[in-house]
Ligand binder design. Structure first.
Ligand code: MRU
Length: 367
């Protein structure tokens, strides 16, 4: 594994007197396949440091997902797909059966990394189906191609979600968002943030209230960073301030991403989403969810069976390694909650703006 500092800019440029002049817009790529290695931007260090890791061993990719150096449902699915391709390319055998046994072990490691985002499991299913070819060499190539296809499709989906969703945002809107559902979380244009960005690109004047998103501060660290790069005005609030601003009629709509959406439209997303949805309803504020079809799990009738990840209590009792509670205090740390579909005004996917009854409108072709 090679860690190194490298610029969060990609694109055309030229050198003048030792200064690298960048011509294209600033973009930080969450995940990138580079000649047999997977380059990931370490989101746990943002925005203070932009550190990339070049991962050459699939076990490091599993760890990057577990430790949330890569996070966000679509980005997790894409990263796992590339990770499987990386692991497969290192399997030393020409025997197809031996190759498949080893490949299943690699996929199993990924399946245990994070339980809630269904994108991960959908990617693994696709990678399993893609492991085909006349010989092991062809199978390895097919896996790399499939991972790249998943990445391409997710990038295209976020574009379509953003275009569809932008129509819901009027000039002058103040939008509240929770956690981070931008390019970092999607390895594309973004879902919830993609819609906000698309509305901004249509010259609508949009302001954003971003919740800090305890305990890992994805809103304060990542959403604020991404919006600032797009010159979209953003005001940071602590999670507990959201109800106050809704009651004051300062918020026109809420848009969040999702980690898993059940067939009936129940939405699993970052812890705190349920509370926001209930308070939105109380104050007649539209509550939108933006997610690709790869986040919809039609095998679940409702959200009650979504596996909710329980993370280490240390993330709540400490911040960046410094304990903030008295010794001996225990903490609960569910990373997600489930919002019942009755609170969801619409779900925006690449297929369009879906409304109740979700059991009908979400019947989309799953890959
Ligand atoms: O724990 P995280 O940071 O992976 O949680 C991310 C979220 O909850 C996002 O809202 C969700 O994955 C959608 S990302 C487009």
């Amino acid at each position: 594994m090679i860690f190194g500092l490298c610029p969060a800019v990609t694109g055309q440029g030229f050198l003048i007197c030792g200064v690298w002049i960048i011509l294209e817009a600033m973009t930080a790529r969450a995940v990138e396949w580079l000649e047999g290695k997977l380059r990931v931007l370490d989101q746990s260090k943002l925005p203070r440091e932009q550190v990339y890791a070049d991962l050459g061993d699939y076990r490091d990719v599993v760890l990057a997902i577990k430790d949330m150096r890569v996070r966000g449902a679509p980005a997790i699915g894409i990263t796992a797909a590339y990770g499987v391709a990386l692991g497969a390319s290192a399997i030393e055998t020409s025997d197809r059966d031996v190759f498949m046994v080893r490949l299943r072990e690699i996929m199993h490691s990924f399946s245990e990394s994070r339980p809630t985002a269904v994108n991960l499991f959908r990617s693994l299913e696709r990678m399993k189906r893609a492991a085909d070819g006349a010989d092991v060499g062809e199978m390895k190539k097919a896996l790399i191609d499939e991972a790249a296809a998943i990445h391409e499709e997710e990038m295209a989906a976020t574009r379509r979600i953003s275009e569809s969703g932008a129509g819901l945002i009027q000039d002058g809107f103040c939008v509240l968002t929770h956690c981070n559902a931008g390019p970092l979380a999607t390895a594309g244009y973004g879902t919830a943030l993609g819609i906000i960005k698309a509305a901004h690109e249509q010259d609508k004047h949009i302001r954003v209230l971003a919740t800090e998103t305890r305990p890992l501060l994805q809103g304060a660290r990542l959403t604020a960073w991404e919006l600032k790069q797009c010159d979209i005005p953003v005001t940071l609030i602590t999670d507990s301030m959201a109800g106050h601003f809704m009651q004051q009629q300062k918020i026109d709509c809420v848009i969040v991403g999702a980690d898993r959406i059940a067939a009936n439209g129940d939405v699993a997303n970052k812890i705190g989403t349920y509370t926001l949805a209930v308070v939105s309803r109380e104050n007649n504020i539209p509550f939108y969810v933006a997610a690709p079809n790869s986040t919809i799990d039609v095998s679940l009738n409702s959200g009650s069976r979504v596996p909710i990840e329980e993370r280490s209590p240390d993330e709540v009792t400490s911040f960046r390694g410094v304990r903030i509670t008295p010794e001996g205090i225990t903490a609960a740390n569910p990373a997600f909650d489930v919002t019942p579909h009755r609170y969801v005004t619409a779900i925006i996917t690449e297929s369009g703006v879906m409304r109740e009854p979700y059991t009908e409108s979400l019947k989309t072709p799953a890959a």
